[in-house]
Design a protein around this ligand. Structure first.
Ligand code: SAM
Length: 516
């Protein structure tokens, strides 16, 4: 099937009633929630070949059976074939430090009718995550009157069988300290066997996170959910639905850990972002806390002004000052700009930001702000308006006012990466380098494709004399700038175009000692 080409494939498709691999892709997305992009088509084709070889049916009958609702055995076989069960003990060790030092102490203090904490490892694979949680719990919760339940669920039966055995290779323990190994494992040949009482501390179950599962997702039934490195494999619809279930099932004030490369941005506004121990995680809002609105919109690309930017960088102490100085010169240099063809993104309800964006593009910040102030009073709660106001205030040097605007925006939309970036500029302007770094890091975490906080982190590192961090961040910024959305360059680029910003990064990499 995988190797069928051209007319041969058309003939096969016609005989089975549509492209078999596409039909399998749809079933896998619908039933297991797994996303397979175009470049992973060959994986699906190979699995289809293997499943057909393992059974007695032809392709047409097999696909028809899948589409009618795959029998449980077949779904398990597909889950075994198509899920990625890579995991190890204490993966993202910072999460476990946060669990030990923030989350468990906080949950133990929370008023509870029953002295009970429930922790779920959703997508637990072969159990290393759930057992790492069990070790931390055992070492942290000293009071025996507290009952801690730890549950690991996964759709891959082979991974769960491995979890039940609780025997691990040294590879699974590659991030585990010698002390922890000595304390909780027995060596048997090449395997490390988990201590029996810990093995019994975790219950493993075969569950499909893509299904509504009334028992697993009972309202407010979990205090902590680890769902790490799972969302990244799911279709957007399945990820959204799963996050909604987790939100429903997390007790108010409960915690959610996602993988390092995963965020809730665009998926849920039900959480506060927490940033401790050099890592990020989420805390479920208390009922009654403000729900957040959708993210901001933006517009089109500015002119390239490399020499102006280079001069401004050389003459300024801070990036926000650079923007301000360069803006003064750009104002003198700029020809009248075109009105942006489109503001892109989501239209603002009932008011047009086109003119304010046009003025931003032309570096006429005061007029742009006046334009916004003339909008109806309700606009003051529109995230688009707030973000634009914050940017304009920062770019015109009104840093305390910009900061206040961004904080109001974050109260509405806590996962707004743009607001964190503007706050980083404000903090830098106020002489709070650490605060600036933190806000840039939050922006980078929330939106790994956002180039400007990377660029800013690079400049901050260079000014602090950390050449290697500067080169790393700036090199990353160059990559991101090449594909950065034009509208975001207009909004956050400080009046500089893509080419100018890339040239700045390259010059700064050079000046801080060459390639990272
Ligand atoms: C990469 S592992 C992550 C393991 C662990 N959470 C970690 O971060 O180390 C992803 C796991 O998600 C599971 N998974 C994927 N889709 C699932 C679904 N629909 N229901 C349950 N588990 C699923 C896979 O079977 C796999 O074991």
């Amino acid at each position: 099937m995988a190797r069928a080409r051209g007319s041969e494939r058309d003939a096969v498709n016609a005989s089975v009633g549509g492209d078999p691999v596409e039909r399998l892709r749809a079933v896998v997305a619908g039933r297991l929630g797994l996303r397979f992009d175009e470049d992973q088509t060959s994986i699906l084709a190979q699995v289809l070949e293997r499943r057909l070889a393992a059974g007695q049916e032809g392709c047409k009958a097999y696909l028809a059976r899948l589409e009618a609702g795959p029998p449980r055995l077949e779904l398990r076989a597909l889950a075994r074939e198509l899920t990625v069960a890579e995991t190890y003990f204490f993966r993202n060790a910072d999460h476990f430090r946060a669990l030990r030092e923030v989350v468990l102490p906080q949950r133990l203090r929370a008023p509870a009718a029953a002295r009970r904490i429930s922790i779920l490892s959703a997508g637990c694979a072969s159990g290393e995550e759930a057992f790492s949680i069990a070790i931390v719990v055992r070492e942290t919760v000293a009071d025996p009157t507290w009952e801690v339940s730890i549950r690991g669920v996964d759709v891959n039966p082979a991974a769960l069988e491995k979890a039940e055995r609780a025997r691990f290779s040294s590879w699974s323990l590659r991030e585990t300290s010698q002390e922890t190994k000595r304390r909780w494992f027995l060596e048997e040949g090449s395997e490390a066997v988990l201590e029996e009482s810990l093995r019994r501390a975790v219950v493993f179950e075969e569950r499909n996170l893509a299904e509504e599962d009334g028992e697993l997702w009972q309202p407010a039934s979990h205090d902590v959910v680890f769902c790490r490195n799972v969302l990244m494999y799911l279709t957007p619809e399945c990820a959204q639905a799963l996050v909604a279930r987790i939100s429903r099932a997390l007790a108010p004030g409960g915690y959610l850990f996602l993988g390092h490369a995963e965020t809730l941005r665009g998926l849920s506004a039900d959480y506060h972002l927490r940033h401790t121990h050099g890592t990020f995680y989420y805390q479920r809002r208390q009922s009654g806390e403000l729900p957040a609105p959708p993210a901001a919109s933006a517009a089109a690309s500015p002119a390239e002004l490399v020499p102006v930017l280079a001069a401004a960088v050389a003459a300024s102490d801070t990036w926000v000052e650079t923007i301000r100085r360069a803006s003064e010169r750009i104002q003198a240099l700029c020809r009248p700009a075109q009105r942006p063809a489109s503001t892109g993104g989501r239209p603002s309800p009932g008011w047009d930001l086109g003119r304010a964006l046009d003025l931003l593009r032309r570096e006429r910040f005061a007029e742009a702000l006046a334009e916004i102030q003339a909008l109806p009073a309700e606009s003051a709660r529109d995230p688009d308006v707030l973000l634009l106001t914050g940017v304009l205030r920062a770019h015109s040097g009104q840093l305390p006012a910009a900061e206040e605007t961004c904080r109001r925006l974050l109260a509405l939309d806590e996962l707004n990466a743009g607001a964190h970036y503007v706050l980083a500029l404000c903090r830098e302007g106020a002489g709070d380098r650490q605060g600036a770094v933190e806000h840039d890091q939050v922006a980078v975490y929330l939106d790994p494709a956002f180039a400007m906080p990377r660029l800013h982190l690079g400049l901050l590192a260079r000014r602090a004399g950390d050449g290697s961090a500067a080169r790393r961040e700036l090199a990353e910024a160059v990559v991101l700038l090449q594909r950065e959305d034009a509208s975001r360059l207009l909004l956050f680029g400080g009046g500089f175009g893509r080419g100018a910003l890339i040239a700045l990064c390259r010059a700064e990499v050079e000046a801080s000692g060459g390639a990272p």
